[in-house]
Design a protein around this ligand. Structure first.
Ligand code: C2E
Ligand code: MG
Ligand code: MG
Length: 410
């Protein structure tokens, strides 16, 4: 008879805690799950061990005697692959939440926190939960970043490998589709599916961002025409990148495109991030104002992530504000995030702007945002960005479901 031996390497956990009893308890939980656990009780010991031995998961007590665990987070963020991190601390929840946010921003995508005194059931659940694939995704992006050149991108544009996918924008109070955002996608025969976070910066550096944006604009207008026929309020949004916002000819060129195609200006929205808008306020103001005068909508994208949010809001002629998904994602569980979301909604309304919440991933968030008057939502709860035909199929199915729900309610 064949003996089957499990050759899968054990899942390795490092426990960093200056409280020896706590360290022993966490070690015990890990061992019972079948993990290989190691424990150190000082910052210095952890600092020496972390770069030299691979761990799948590291639990860190924030207070380590005369040192704190924050310095270790910086060290861990530089590892490849980046392990999972569980921050354990008796500090107040705001400090714990802020630490997790900082860890994620530094590149530890799979960072979570647990309060002390530690709940062993919760600890076991957290340790057995599947790791998110954030770091592997980042590695593959990094690899693509190195390999792809501006020439590849030029070729891809000519071969029409880059195309828009459309993500619906939903009126939160009714569930109606009020428009969509066009997001660039690249299916490359050589590199596979390449994300816009990789190829948009490359297009900007390599000088083909204008050609790409023009292609996105043309394709998006063509797509939206079918929907505007049935619903004249339907608006398609296209992202405008940094380099284009310093090109003073853009408003006239967009106007020419609108005239050529007969596409209504009010059915087009351009999305600009606040950081871009504030980089050269005078020039950006000039371009955005002229677009608004021509009837094109202007949306402030990723609100809250830049350094000048309020100032940009007060000065620029935006008609829509999109709350960045990093705030929306955890707004029901993180009171600090909820405050950002709720105050963004209130302030946007003060300026007579529509508010869009990005990254709605569940029905509870949808309802909570609707309850505070957020106008529109975008996110996986409704749909991911879809290619043309898939969007059409999704649109029909969504409205069938919506009408059936309304009919059932009488
Ligand atoms: P963005 O304009 O803020 O687009 C929203 C991003 O959030 C999209 O990522 C979208 O797929 C993602 N998203 C939407 N809903 C959810 C959700 O519920 N959960 C999660 N986790 N993510 C969600 P994507 O397509 O990777 O685009 C990233 C950024 O790339 C865009 O951010 C935009 O700044 C840029 N980008 C995309 N297409 C273009 C383009 O044609 N031109 C320019 N200049 N930039 C573009
Ligand atoms: Mg956008
Ligand atoms: Mg955004």
């Amino acid at each position: 008879m064949l003996a089957l031996t499990d050759t899968t390497p054990a899942y390795r956990v490092l426990i960093v805690d200056d409280d020896l009893i706590q360290g022993v308890i966490i070690c015990g939980v890990c061992t019972r799950i079948g993990y290989e656990a190691r424990s150190v009780s000082s910052f210095q010991a952890a600092e020496q061990l972390i770069p030299t031995e691979p761990f799948d998961c590291i639990t860190i007590d924030l207070s380590l005697g005369d040192r704190d665990g924050i310095g270790l987070l910086r060290l861990i963020a530089g590892l490849d692959p980046v392990p999972r991190v569980v921050v354990i601390s008796g500090c107040e929840s705001r400090i714990l939440n802020a630490t997790v946010r900082m860890a994620r921003a530094a590149g530890i995508f799979d960072a979570i926190s647990l309060p002390k005194p530690i709940d062993l059931v919760l600890l076991r659940e957290v340790l057995t939960a599947r790791c998110q694939d954030g770091h592997s995704r980042r590695r593959s992006n990094d690899r693509q970043r190195v390999d792809i050149t501006a020439e590849h991108l030029q070729q891809a544009l000519q071969r029409r490998e880059i195309y828009p996918a459309f993500q619906p924008k939903i009126q939160l109070s009714t569930g109606r589709v009020v428009g969509c955002e066009a997001l660039a996608r690249w299916d490359s025969p050589d590199f596979g599916s390449v994300g816009p976070d990789v190829f948009i910066p490359l297009a900007e550096q390599g000088g083909c961002i204008k050609a790409m944006t023009w292609q996105m604009l043309r394709d998006s207008m063509e797509m939206a025409r079918a929907y505007i026929g049935a619903d004249s309020d339907f608006v398609v949004a296209v992202n405008l990148s940094a380099t284009l916002l310093s090109d003073a000819t853009i408003p006239e060129e967009i106007e020419r495109l609108l005239n050529e195609t007969g596409f209504p200006a009010k059915s087009l929205m351009v999305e600009v991030t606040e950081t871009i808008a504030m980089a050269d306020v005078f020039r950006a103001m000039d371009i955005l104002l002229r677009l608004r005068i021509k009837g094109v909508g202007v949306s402030m994208d990723d609100f809250g992530t830049g350094y000048s949010s309020m100032s940009a809001l007060a000065r620029m002629p935006f008609c829509e504000l999109k709350i960045d998904r990093s705030f929306v994602k955890d707004c029901l569980t993180d009171a600090d995030m909820w405050k950002v979301v709720a105050s963004s909604v209130a302030i946007a309304h003060e300026y007579n702007m529509k508010v869009v919440a990005e990254g709605i991933e569940d029905v509870d968030t949808w309802q909570a945002l609707d309850a505070i008057g957020c106008d529109v939502g975008q996110g996986f709860e409704f749909s991911r960005a879809l290619p043309l035909d898939a969007f059409a199929a999704w649109y029909d199915a969504w409205h069938l479901r919506l009408n059936a729900t309304l009919a059932a309610r009488g």
